[in-house]
Design a protein around this ligand. Structure first.
Ligand code: SAH
Ligand code: F3S
Length: 432
């Protein structure tokens, strides 16, 4: 009989992919099936995020719950960024935890499960040439890592301390993974890295010369690939060549994440982001002028240390000018081992006020954007059947679209006429 695995994933798209790798790796050596019921699990894993304080605090309360609910003999493991960051302190604080495996050590998971007390948290461990076996949550979409770690050292960010230095995965390994994914039914490829458009900066073994633009071109040549997405690019590396490829390659989805963080050039400098407000605006304008239907999302941090009313007004100015389709907004959260944590902090009430103002303005923009889609025809890739009988898919510029339909639509890309809009999704009718 197979073992039952309960795995909870917190955080970003890369953590979601790491979870797929964990499942693939466990199944390479033993037989596991996943369960959503923690009480019947033989193995319980939390794949953690440490980018802000909240998910870290959640980890220990969750662990306590799992300890109470678990069946006799079930093991508990902690993986991901908080594993890298807290290491053996997790076992000190929660001695019933059997093993700790960091975000850069996933290939060691099977061994860790079998050896109580294992702590594998080498953040510069080189997994770039390690070929994980195939496992993915979706039949139609495949997430593929193209680089590990990050060299950027943004002053607020803990990621370089949990995922190590940036190393690109060799292009032949990526292309091979793309081919395997397509052969097993994937039509959409989602490329992942902390800084995808810096791809090719450093490989661990070869002197290969490669750019992200070239990688996009090579992937789009693979037969069967219909859509390509990626996250996250860095505004600093959005050169004209990259924007041209994004605009003209028909396989690349016309939705892009351009993480702003702040609209104030001084705060951007303090954050060590490497670009100015003007550069950011210029890149967004260029993208919009070349791709009229583009959907731009962003990340914004409010109340970074030293952020004055004028600095925040600069952020709002960028928000008004770009009118982002989606904003992931965060109140600054001081993180250990980051230089911003030792700067003078902004009172919490100010952060809360700025955040709610940003959310209000952004809601208006979202309503405007979404309403403007009514009457348009979009190509929708259907991927999920909802309990109410609706079929859900994503447009080429990555808006969620619902239609009435049945299971045969799943995995198909079809033309849809949009008939109504809410702030977060559209409803449409299939054109036959
Ligand atoms: N390279 C990744 C960044 C990962 S962190 C990317 O560009 O997506 C994801 C987001 O979390 C960041 O873009 C930032 O907006 C937010 N973030 C990171 N550290 C933070 C902190 N200390 N406080 C608040 N938000 C933070
Ligand atoms: Fe973090 Fe900046 Fe890298 S946000 S992941 S240090 S690009």
């Amino acid at each position: 009989m197979s073992n039952k695995l309960f795995i909870e994933t917190l955080g970003c798209a890369m953590n979601v992919r790491d979870t797929e790798h964990i499942i693939a790796e466990l199944n390479k050596h033993d037989d596991y099936t996943t369960t959503t019921n923690v009480e019947e699990a033989d193995l319980i894993i939390i794949n953690t995020c440490s980018v802000r304080e909240k998910p870290v605090a959640k980890l220990f309360s969750e662990l306590g719950q799992f300890k109470k609910k678990r069946k006799n003999g079930a093991k508990i493991g902690v993986c991901g960024c908080t594993a890298s960051h807290l290491g053996k302190d997790i076992i000190k604080r929660a001695p019933y935890v059997d093993f700790v495996v960091g975000a850069r050590n996933v290939s060691k998971i099977s061994n860790a499960v079998k050896n109580k007390g294992t702590v594998e948290i080498d953040i510069n461990y080189d997994e770039t040439a390690y070929e994980f076996s195939e496992y993915r949550n979706s039949l139609y979409k495949a997430s593929i890592n193209i680089s590990l770690g990050c060299d950027k050292q943004c002053s607020f960010c803990i990621v370089p301390a949990t995922r190590g230095d940036e190393i690109s995965i060799p292009a032949d390994i990526i292309l091979n993974e793309v081919k395997k994914s397509v052969d097993t039914g994937a039509k959409e490829i989602f490329l992942l890295g902390q800084n995808v458009n810096n791809y090719g900066k450093r490989f661990s073994a070869s002197e290969e010369k490669y750019t992200f633009t070239k990688l996009l071109q090579e992937i789009s040549k693979v037969e069967g690939v219909e859509r390509i997405r990626f996250t996250s690019p860095h505004p600093l590396h959005m050169d004209d060549e990259f924007i041209e490829e994004f605009a003209t390659n028909p396989k690349i989805c016309k939705s892009i994440h351009v993480p702003l963080q702040s609209g104030s050039t001084q705060i951007l400098k303090d954050m060590k982001r490497g670009y100015t407000k003007e550069w950011f605006l210029n890149r967004c304008e260029r993208i919009k002028s070349k791709v009229p239907d583009v959907r731009i999302s962003t990340d914004i941090i409010v109340a970074f240390p030293g952020e004055s009313d004028e600095d925040f007004a600069d952020t709002m100015d960028v928000v008004e000018k770009v009118k982002f389709d989606q904003i992931f907004n965060f109140k600054y959260s001081p993180r250990p081992n980051t230089s911003a944590a030792t700067m003078e902090q902004i009172p919490d009430e100010i952060g809360t006020k700025r955040l709610s103002h940003l959310i209000e303005v952004h809601k208006e923009h979202q309503n405007e954007h979404m309403a403007s889609n009514v009457g348009k025809t979009m190509k929708v890739f259907f991927e999920d059947l909802k309990p109410n009988g609706e079929i859900m898919g994503f447009s080429d510029n990555y808006i969620q679209v619902f239609v009435q339909g049945s299971e045969e639509l799943l995995g198909q890309i079809l033309e849809v006429k949009i008939i109504s809009a809410s702030r977060t999704s559209l409803k449409g009718k299939i054109l036959s």
